[in-house]
Design a protein around this ligand. Sequence first.
Ligand code: DX5
Ligand code: ZN
Length: 217
Amino acid sequence: MNPLIAPSILASDFANLQQEVEMLNQSEADFIHVDIMDGVFVPNISFGIPVTESIHKHAKKPLDVHLMIVHPENYLEAFRNAGAEILSVHIEACPHLHRTLQAIKQLGAKAGVAVNPHTSISMLSEIIEEVDLVCIMSVNPGFGGQKFIENTYSKVSRLKDLILSKGSKTLIEVDGGVNLDNTPRLLDAGADILVAGSFVFNSPDPTQLISRMKESV
Ligand code: DX5
Ligand code: ZN
């Protein structure tokens, strides 16, 4: 199966957001990955609800919103209203993850859980059947353009095993430092969705690069 591709708008030119979104509309991208950073959960601030709304106004692809914020439960409705189709919260920011996932589903969105590089897949074993998507961070969240962490391959395999053992339909997303070099091994390990920021937007031909990632089976 071809992977689903989710270019991260964080790496785009914010002064030309409409054009960047229209470029993604024309491409083979499956989602637009929207990185929300609060300067507390992660050491960086990106953008918030009004910008997400503006992206949604022009987007023909569903928004995959990655909340790198503390107390994400307080902002789920606002981001859903701003156009989020998938809402991913960090397991490290959710003491009541089950409740938070139920709240996301009640809003009619797909419920995602993101896990930092140090977080073990075993933390998901009691909840995996409630999760539509697990976002495995292959860098420490907070910045685009970082180096891919090699341990991610085995982590994806362990997650795939857990999903299969529970008979769950959870999708596996990998986020951070993804490029055409690591894509084949990630897909072999069981990844379904690839997020790519700098690799796509720093390219002279982002649309073509998205197609190449899509075809890299
Ligand atoms: C990292 C973000 C990623 C990032 C990916 O904190 O969650 O989505 O934008 O960017 P690249 O592909 O440049 O690592
Ligand atoms: Zn992200």
